[in-house]
Design a protein around this ligand. Structure first.
Ligand SMILES: O=C(O)CCC(=O)C(=O)O
Length: 358
């Protein structure tokens, strides 16, 4: 759904490339690279470049070669740009709801194709300068969009279908989906239902902001998500996060305290207290996926707070999960050898003491 003219009263409405260059041009920022490659269009891979907002915008405006492969995406405005973080961002139609995350700033180059994906929240994309085209596809035919393998990095689930260049079999399968096309212009807001596939392309250089949100209430948003057809998409999203966490040292402890872990996870993601039934449902499908019928026992003298299930790979998506895990293992080995060193030191000190005493 596109809502026209609902941004007029907001401070951010006047933001443009030149305004941002002037106000936050000196701010260091990390933008995505290799966004012109097929691997980006399939949501698989990108790298990160350090730049400043000013340099990034100047590159776009001057048509610098490096700007053709870069995207300044999803910058948390309040954290990255406190100078402009006090502006008003929330359009009236969502102001009575819960903000899950954001606002985030996106500065796109003309022609950028953002890979098709789903977010686990209601979305609100506000266009401030330039134009974008959008494709919105419900999650009814979940598999047709060929979600990337479970365990893929990031907070979204990405589709491996390049909607502008589908293979013949993908083209055939896509015939069964209902795709809503639209063009969004300055002052427009696009409502993106939670866990719906969406694909956005920039039709000119431009500035937009998005906010992730959900209904107010104790566990109202979860109730909606846990109903079909969205439940199928949510299950995939949740299992993706499970797979992101499985190779980490904290996993056995996460699993042993799964109910508490899940409760905290949803409190952080959606500011909602999931009901016992909701946690039970989610726990069950996670256990089915893991092919286990009971959870491992909780360790002796467990800490007060359970470990955290984390969404991994929020920034970089330039290496595979295996590589990430190897890096983690390396760090753990380093930690272990530090502990071993301390033990050796303690032993030595004990020996010296014993020698002195004799
Ligand atoms: O504007 C874009 O490139 C993507 C925006 C998006 O994915 C969103 O608002 O959820």
């Amino acid at each position: 759904m596109i809502i026209e003219g609902s941004l007029e009263e907001l401070d951010c409405r006047k933001w443009s490339l030149n305004f941002l260059k002037d106000k936050i041009g000196a701010c260091p920022v990390q933008c995505r690279g290799k966004t012109d490659l097929e691997s980006y269009r399939k949501g698989i891979k990108y790298c990160i470049h350090e730049t400043t907002v000013g340099e990034y915008i100047a590159d776009l405006q001057n048509g610098h070669k490096r700007s053709t492969s870069r995207y300044l995406a999803a910058q948390n405005i309040k954290r990255a740009f406190p100078q402009i973080g006090d502006a008003s961002f929330v359009p009236k139609f969502i102001s009575e709801n819960k903000i899950h995350a954001g606002p985030f700033l996106w500065i796109a180059r003309n022609g950028h194709y953002e890979y098709t994906h789903v977010d686990p929240d209601e979305g609100c994309l506000m266009i401030l300068e330039g134009e974008k085209s959008v494709r919105l596809i419900s999650n009814v035919h979940w598999d047709v969009l060929e979600p990337n393998a479970l365990g893929s990095l990031g907070r979204t689930v990405q589709s491996s279908v390049d909607l502008e260049n589908p293979t013949p079999s993908q083209k055939e399968a896509l015939k069964m989906v209902n795709c809503h096309f639209g063009k969004i212009r300055p002052g427009d807001v696009l409502y993106i239902p939670a866990l719906w596939w969406h694909q956005v392309s920039a039709l000119s250089n431009g500035v937009s902001i998005n906010i992730f949100w959900g209904e107010v209430g104790e566990s109202k948003f979860m109730k909606k998500i846990l109903e079909e057809p969205t439940l199928t998409a949510f299950k995939y999203w949740m299992l993706n996060v499970v797979e992101q966490n499985k190779a980490h040292v904290s996993w056995p402890r996460i699993l042993s305290r799964l109910e508490e872990v899940l409760k905290n996870f949803f409190l952080k993601q959606w500011h909602e207290t999931a009901s016992t039934e909701q946690i039970e449902l989610i726990k069950k499908f996670i256990m089915t996926h893991l092919n286990i019928s009971e959870l491992p026992p909780i360790e002796n003298n467990p800490p007060k707070h359970p470990p955290t299930m984390k969404i991994r790979g929020l920034l970089h998506r330039d290496r595979g999960q295996d590589e990430q895990n190897k890096k983690k293992e390396g760090k753990q080995k380093l930690k272990r050898s530090k502990e071993e060193n301390l033990a050796i030191l303690a032993k030595k000190q004990k020996l010296i003491k014993a020698e002195k005493a004799s």
